[in-house]
Design a protein around this ligand. Sequence first.
Ligand code: SAH
Ligand code: SF4
Length: 351
Amino acid sequence: MTATSTYEVSRVELTTLLAGEPRYRVDQVWHGLYAELARPAEMTTLPVALRARLTEELPEALVTVTERVSEHGQTVKLLSRLVDDTRIETVLMLYADRATVCVSTQAGCAMGCGFCATGQAGFERHLSTGEIVEQVVRAARRSRHAGRRLSNVVFMGMGEPLANYDRVWAAVERIHGDLGLSARHLTISTVGIVPGIERLAGAALPVNLAVSLHAADDQLRDELVPVNRRYPLDRLMAACSRYVEATRRRLSFEWALIDGVNDRAVDAERLAGRCRELPLAPHVNLIPLNPTPGWPTKGTPPAGVRLFHDQLLAHGVNATVRRNRGTSIDAACGQLAAGAPVELKASRPAR
Ligand code: SAH
Ligand code: SF4
């Protein structure tokens, strides 16, 4: 795993590190890191020797390898190298009303969903808290560079956040408490790890929860999302209900529409039935499946997406179609796969 790094270190650890310095230095450095998004070398209020020492003892966890920008500059995909040469991807999306970063929580993923490029690549390792927070900081700096303030964080990049719960939660606390983003602007997306959802139900900060459902019957979900065999739909729905009861917060379901697979009238009907099981009606996000190298089935075409959406609305379900972002730079949902074919991808010119 990784040694300590700029954004891994806690305030208490920083205090120990700065034991021989005047006490106000801790505040100064912490403010520099989190309020100014500065690297120790850029903290001109510090003596030169201290800047050098901090740069040495608290190195950065990420090195940016490539940055790819979509046609209109609204989506930026950052490919980073970690100290052990592992690669991860982070996506910054600049919308009219918000700037959102989609961060990775693991290098690769062990959950094996066949339609997802990360799942196709397999699991490499968990990311540390510092590696997660530093992705947010880099995106915030990049956002600032574009004249925008980073407002939202979605844990929807590479990996399954609830399979790396403790490090992800420590990152949530840091992003909320120190970077100052509202917990309501943070969203954790899960494939449906029941014990993790149960822990989230009792967590202190009201982050949003998105559950990647994709199928509302066990037979189909077992096929699409293999972890469903471990946590089948009835258990998953019970955990979601407990979450909603405990937090009184609406959750959202993600549904990647796959042509002829989960976009039939019966799927809309079953999904509507599942939605009614929750104490508060959920929000359903429809996303036409994005293409990945290792999955032959296509996303539902636009007319089918509209039809499915209409069917859900007719069943009384609150649903929206999510605008696709970043497909041209392989930065859309499920397309992140920095671990495997990355050399190829990074050197390929943007289409
Ligand atoms: N592991 C977590 C978060 C990362 S995946 C999870 O599964 O929720 C983020 C989202 O992208 C999930 O909703 C996932 O189902 C979706 N996704 C994966 N592959 C996709 C693809 N090819 N097209 C569209 N969405 C995809
Ligand atoms: Fe992992 Fe999520 Fe991809 Fe499934 S969809 S393989 S859980 S990253």
